[in-house]
Design a protein around this ligand. Structure first.
Ligand code: ADP
Ligand code: MG
Length: 262
């Protein structure tokens, strides 16, 4: 049983406060979705949890199975059991998917063993063209192929907790279903998921447990999967900054009104 506990996390990016107190707990086998308007800080949250440079944690804590992540380098967080499928995965010329996974497995003290075979099976499971396995990591892959590649990595590494940022960007409907099913299987064997998405469809495929709305730098609402459907109808308007209060002077009628009680 694993647990990622994000507690009152405040994050500054480029000198601006983007997150001002986000609290969220993800346990083994659970799927938590973070939704919210563009620019709300959803990717900032996953970048900060993974320790990406430039995402400065101003206060709060993040613990994986009781271990504070703040003091750890990104690779140490990965070794501790976190995986981050980025919104726009990085291209690494000269390093194949197999090279990268062999290094990751080796660094965690595992044996790569039948990795080549394993990759073929996992690639077939998510419809990733086997010919692409020889390419450099993410280089010249389409958006959808990159997301399939991330899913293969997740399947092979089987992290404790996976942060998945906009898996839906670039995947067609069939691809999304295939990839979501593979991830759902991983959750059944204990992986916890924090998924960022705009699409209730994906949450349905992943059998999401909880949906959280990130706006104004914090989680402003949490609920079951029905919250995602409601958001699709209503948008995020209700969660955005309130209109500034109208001052009494401004609300005074413009014309001389004998019945005005102000
Ligand atoms: P979301 O994923 O919710 O759409 P982001 O977390 O990507 O939002 O961005 C939140 C805000 O932080 C935006 O205003 C964005 O421009 C800013 N931001 C994010 N990353 C960086 C960065 N590396 N440098 C400067 N500004 C950034
Ligand atoms: Mg984003």
């Amino acid at each position: 049983m694993s647990e990622l506990v994000i507690d009152q996390l405040a994050v500054r990016v480029g000198g601006k406060t983007i997150l001002s107190g986000v609290s969220l707990t993800v346990r083994s086998g659970e799927v938590h979705a973070v939704m919210g308007p563009n620019g709300a800080g959803k990717s900032t949250l996953s970048n900060a949890v993974m320790g990406r440079a430039g995402y400065d944690v101003a206060s709060g804590s993040m613990r994986l199975d009781g271990r504070e992540l703040l003091a750890l380098e990104t690779w140490e967080r990965a070794q501790a059991g976190l995986f981050y499928a980025m919104q726009a995965p990085t291209e690494v010329p000269g390093v194949s998917l197999e090279d990268m996974l062999a290094a990751a497995i080796g660094a965690s003290g595992g044996a790569a063993g039948d990795l080549g075979e394993r990759l073929q099976t996992e690639a077939a499971a998510v419809g990733f063209d086997l010919a692409l396995l020889d390419r450099s990591l993410n280089v010249d892959l389409s958006g959808g192929e990159k997301k399939r590649s991330e899913t293969i990595q997740m399947s092979v590494l089987h992290p404790r907790i996976a942060l998945i940022d906009e898996l839906d960007s670039g995947l067609d409907v069939d691809g999304l279903r295939t990839v979501a099913r593979r991830i759902e299987q991983l959750t059944e064997s204990g992986m916890g998921v924090l998924v960022i998405t705009h699409f209730p469809r994906l949450l349905h495929e992943l059998k999401a447990d909880q949906v959280h709305v990130l706006a104004q730098g914090r989680i402003v609402a949490s609920g079951g999967p029905e919250l995602a459907l409601e958001l699709e109808r209503t948008g995020y308007g209700d969660y955005l900054e309130d209109e500034p209060p109208v001052s009494p002077a401004a609300s005074r009628p413009q014309i001389d009104d004998p019945f005005f009680m102000g």
